[in-house]
Design a protein around this ligand. Sequence first.
Ligand SMILES: O=C(O)CCC(=O)C(=O)O
Length: 208
Amino acid sequence: MEQISMDPDIFVFHNVISSAEIAILDREMEAFLVPAKVATPEGEKVSSYRTVKSVRLPHVNVSREVNLLAVRLHKRMSDLSDFNLDSYSDVMQVLKYDFGGHASIHNDYFKNSSSEDRIATILFYLNDVSSGGGTVFFDLNLTVQPEPGKAVLWYNLNLDTFDYEERNIHASCPVKIGSKFALTQWVLEHRQMFNRPCLRPPKLRQYK
Ligand SMILES: O=C(O)CCC(=O)C(=O)O
């Protein structure tokens, strides 16, 4: 494990998913990938802002082998992040960016005071991308380049106050050669109330 940023904390983990596990996802999930939608005021839409194919995992139509792998990956993500994850409600997303595929600059929180927010993001990289495809944190001058088996963990909320961590604004750079294969877990905040209690009152965040 490496800590690639101290303030805010960002961690990189190596060899957290094996090539055999990646091969299962690659073989079984391709058929289910569809253009990802983003939330807009008019509802969820396919958008030029995030051009990636995705599928939720666990998934009703995939084999038992894949859903058992999803349970193992949840346990692993929970162990490495110390967050509480539920295999059925905290779904992961398998992501495939083809040539030119990217996610424009954004933060992963919703900033919607009436719903729970995403406290953290855990992103597993499942292949090498020889050109493009890095996850770039603009304010921190940091780029994490995909490598099979590597994962990155960042916090969308400050762990002391649960204020929005705006400095973790990021993007997925356009893929210039081949494709980028990844798996993301957005960690929701409510389930963390006992293992990651909010220690100080928020400075900016408004609760309804
Ligand atoms: O794929 C990446 O590197 C980042 C993914 C991301 O930011 C997203 O899907 O919201």
